[in-house]
Every structure is written in structure tokens, then in C-alpha cells.
Design a protein around this ligand. Structure first.
Ligand SMILES: Nc1ncnc2c1ncn2[C@@H]1O[C@H](COP(=O)(O)OP(=O)(O)OP(=O)(O)O)[C@@H](O)[C@H]1O
Ligand SMILES: [Mg+2]
Length: 466
């Protein structure tokens, strides 16, 4: 191993002046490192060889013999690695432990198992402690949670379980993240979702978005893919069923990433003749990449409040024009008109990246927004509003009643969860794109979804393909 930072070395380094100290340290690191590589890795000369050896073992391929394949594998690992570092870096994993785990994977040295069993054992104890007699019938591992199916012979214990959930979470060492329970189709069996530690999450990325989009292309729907449900099944829905959508959650909870998932789904599946996007981004950051896409309804992404007002007024006029056209065509909505080939109009999706910012600048915005929310759905104009502040100022009563579809990411307080979803729960989500999706047309209950992580590369790839 590399003997960096031994106390005698540290003492010696302290005595030198700062610049030579740094230089000496760097040189000793290099010497030690080279010595450790030749001694410990038996002749492997540099990192490149060590990495090539590691990837050869991992893929069971001789990558020393095929440099092109090595580079392909390497770039894939770097991309995935950078993503993992962002999302689930485990500081306690030193490189040697990591090497051991990787090189001997499959030999039952995997530390995951004992830990999972430990959770299961703690759960059995914790249930007893809150006075619930339950038998674990089955366990399913989802991308981020483990779902336990609990058989409760005494149905009185269900109330006890519901009341004891906070204690249970506390006993399992969970902090704000909660334990969720739900009914199952089996009598006397409840499902219980317990989140795993972050370093044991399965990454959900956008690599299969293009493939998903391939199946959705060409139909007149506005299908969007968000990620996976708690059991790891794809979760997608049709924006036509959720004509207007509110996305809310605290800062850093994953709203912008969720918006990118929605936008990429639409851009992968729709041509500029079937879809136009009106993009409003007061922060001028998140939606900047979409500035040049051919699908834009207005000249560019709109930032200034005066331009936003103008754009919304224009959309209200467009809505009235379309209503007139639909009446003349003798149909009640755009879907019907498209199916019967009576009109050829693109759907328009209006995206507001931070509604609260705009509302603070001008309350007048509410008038055209409410009109669109009330009357635009049949004309194929859809709103997606995102906000960090789901309070009654940003999301007023009139907007609320006309925007019944909601996505709640993690929030600070249960009162915020109530404003978004009309129920509690979002305050116990895991963050990083963990969300509750409530779309009345799709399901009466909120569905928990782990949003896919959309990277800048995913956006670039999609935009290159337009
Ligand atoms: N689905 C996801 N999977 C993994 N990590 C995620 C996911 N969504 C978000 N994150 C992580 O959370 C960070 C913040 O996400 P994002 O920028 O979407 O938050 P936000 O809610 O838009 O925040 P703000 O309100 O400050 O704009 C991301 O940079 C990423 O590291
Ligand atoms: Mg954001």
C-alpha cells in the first residue's frame, strides 16, 4: 500500500517551507506509488494497466488484446462512475476494499447480504417492540427500497402498525425518510416499503429512453417517461391524461431533472409538426440548452416577465382560435380532431421552470394562466408548472382546482405535501428524484416513482438527434 501520511513523514514535511513541502510530498507520493505498484501488483507498471486489468476481470474479456474495446469499456465506466459519484459515493470504501470486492465478486464475499439481513432482523424486533405480531412473507428488492410483505394474523394490529410507523423508522435508523405501508390484494397482508442506504441504490439513468421512445413514436399521444416505480418497472404516462401538471419540491429535490425527463421524452417521440414547446425559464439556466430546438413555439426560451406575459396572452388567443376551429370542425377536442383527421394542429406544451419567481414579479400572470388551465386542455395546450414554493401565493385556489395532476418531490413539511397532493407523505421521500405522482386519470392513489437521472450528455444526445 502507499505509505502516505505516516507521522514521521508528516513531521518532516511540517518543518519545510510551504512550496518545497508540497513538492517533497508530491515526489514521495510518486516514488511510493510506483514502488507499491511494482511490489504489490507484480509488475503492473501504471494505472492504465491496473485499470485495464480490472476491466478485463469485470467483463471477462482480454482488453489488453483489444485496445479499441478497452477504450469503449473505459468511457462507459467513466460516465457511469461520474454519475455514481454524484449520486451515491460511499466515502468509507477505500480502493483496496473496492478491488477485493470487485475481483472476488460472486464468491459470496458480498457485504450486502449481511446488511440486508440485519435490516430484516431489526424489523422483526421493531415490530415486536411496537406490539405488532407479523410474519414476513416475502421481500422484493426495488431500485431504492425493499418491499416487505407482512402477514398480520390479528387485524387490530394494522392500526397499531400505522400509529407506530414513526417509531419503526426511528428504530431502523431512518431520519426524515419514512416507511410507507399500503394494502395488497392478499387478505391480511400489507406491503411495507423500507428505503435502503443510498450507496445500495440501483442507478436509474436515461440510457433506455431512446429505446422506450422508439415504441411510442408516431401515435397521437404525448407519452412521457419519468423513471421507475418502487419495484423497478418503467413508469410512463400520457400528458393528454394529465393535461396540466404541477411539479413541486424543495430546492435540490429533483424538479429540474424531472422536467428534463419530460422534455426529452417529448423530444424523442414528437416531431416539430406534432409538438411545439413554449419554454419559460426566469432563472435563465436550466432550459438554456433547448434554445435552438426546432420545436420552440416562440423565438427562444423566454426569461423576462414582460415577455412571459406577452407569450401567455398569445397562448390565450391561440386557445380561442383553436376552440373556434374545433367548433367549426364539429369535434369537442383536439384528440378527436386528430383521430378523425379533421384538423392538423400541433399540441403545445408550456413549461414554466420556476413559477414562484414569476408570481413574485407580477401577480397579473395568474389571469392568463388560470384561463389556460380552465379551457386549454381540449385545444391541445398543456401546462407544466414547476415550483420550489408550493404555497397559496404561488399556487392559488383557482390554479389548484384546474390543475389536478401533481408531482411532489421531497418537501420540508407535511403542510407543503398537503398543498401539492392533498395528502401527507412527500416530506418523507428520499430526495434525488424520489417522487409521488398523482394523476387522477391514471390512479386514485399517488404512485411513488424514482425519477431517472438525466445528465447533460443525455440532453446533448437527444438534441443532436433532432
Ligand atoms: N432522479 C435523480 N436521480 C439521482 N439524482 C438526482 C435525481 N434528480 C436530482 N438528483 C440530484 O439532485 C440534484 C438537484 O436536482 P435538481 O437540480 O433537479 O433539483 P431542483 O429541485 O430543480 O432544485 P432547485 O429548486 O434548486 O432548482 C441533481 O444535481 C442530482 O445530483
Ligand atoms: Mg431546479
Amino acid at each position: 500500500m502507499i505509505p502516505i501520511g505516516s507521522s514521521s513523514e508528516k513531521r518532516r514535511l511540517k518543518a519545510d517551507n510551504p512550496t518545497t513541502r508540497l513538492e517533497t510530498f508530491r515526489r514521495s507520493l510518486l516514488e511510493n506509488f510506483q514502488r507499491s505498484l511494482t511490489e504489490d501488483f507484480n509488475g503492473i507498471r501504471d494505472f492504465d494497466d491496473a485499470i485495464c486489468a480490472l476491466l478485463s476481470v469485470y467483463h471477462n474479456e482480454d482488453l489488453f488484446a483489444d485496445i479499441k474495446l478497452y477504450r469503449t469499456r473505459l468511457q462507459r465506466h467513466i460516465r457511469r462512475g461520474l454519475y455514481e459519484i454524484r449520486t451515491s459515493w460511499n466515502r468509507s470504501h477505500d480502493f483496496i476494499t473496492y478491488l477485493q470486492e470487485e475481483l472476488f465478486a460472486g464468491l459470496d464475499l458480498n457485504p450486502e447480504q449481511p446488511e440486508l439481513n440485519a435490516v430484516e432482523n431489526t424489523l422483526v424486533d421493531a415490530l415486536q417492540e411496537i406490539g405488532v405480531a407479523a410474519e414476513i412473507k416475502e421481500k422484493i428488492q426495488g431500485p431504492r427500497i425493499d418491499r416487505y410483505f407482512l402477514h398480520l394474523p390479528n387485524i387490530q394490529h394494522l392500526d397499531q402498525l400505522k400509529r407506530g410507523l414513526e417509531k419503526l423508522a426511528f428504530r431502523l435508523g431512518l431520519q426524515q425518510e419514512g416507511v410507507f405501508i399500503h394494502a395488497t390484494s392478499e387478505p391480511k397482508v400489507v406491503g411495507m416499503d423500507i428505503p435502503r442506504q443510498r450507496q445500495r441504490w440501483k442507478a436509474i439513468d436515461a440510457s433506455r429512453l431512446p429505446q422506450w421512445a422508439e415504441q411510442e413514436k408516431g401515435n397521437s399521444r404525448l407519452a412521457v417517461w419519468l423513471g421507475e416505480d418502487v419495484l423497478g418497472n418503467d413508469f410512463s404516462f400520457d400528458l393528454v391524461d394529465a393535461p396540466h401538471l404541477l411539479i413541486a419540491g424543495t430546492t435540490g429535490s429533483g424538479k429540474s431533472v424531472c422536467l428534463h425527463a419530460l422534455l426529452l421524452s417529448l423530444l424523442w417521440t414528437q416531431s416539430k409538426d406534432s409538438l411545439q414547446l413554449a419554454l419559460i425559464d426566469p432563472k435563465q439556466v436550466e432550459l438554456a440548452q433547448y434554445e435552438k430546438i426546432p420545436h420552440l413555439y416562440s423565438k427562444g426560451v423566454v426569461h423576462l416577465i414582460t415577455d412571459v406575459m406577452e407569450l401567455l396572452d398569445q397562448l390565450v388567443d391561440e386557445m380561442e382560435r383553436r376552440n373556434q376551429l374545433l367548433r367549426e370542425a364539429g369535434v369537442s377536442n383536439l384528440t378527436e380532431a386528430l383521430q378523425q383527421r379533421k384538423l392538423q394542429l400541433p399540441r403545445i406544451v408550456v413549461v414554466i421552470e420556476e413559477l414562484a419567481d414569476l408570481m413574485m414579479q407580477s401577480r397579473e400572470l395568474e389571469t392568463p394562466l388560470v384561463r389556460l388551465a380552465q379551457k386549454a386542455r381540449s385545444t391541445g395546450i398543456h401546462l407544466i408548472l414547476a415550483t420550489q414554493r408550493p404555497d397559496s401565493v404561488t399556487f392559488s385556489g383557482l390554479l389548484r382546482t384546474n390543475i389536478p395532476s401533481r408531482i411532489a418531490l421531497r418537501v420540508q413539511k407535511n403542510t407543503e405535501s398537503r398543498i401539492i397532493l392533498d395528502e401527507m407523505g412527500a416530506e418523507q421521500l428520499l430526495g434525488s428524484g424520489d417522487m409521488l405522482v398523482k394523476i387522477p386519470q391514471v390512479s386514485t392513489n399517488a404512485i411513488r416513482v424514482h425519477g431517472a437521472y438525466i445528465s447533460q450528455d443525455d440532453i446533448k444526445l437527444c438534441l443532436r438527434n433532432l
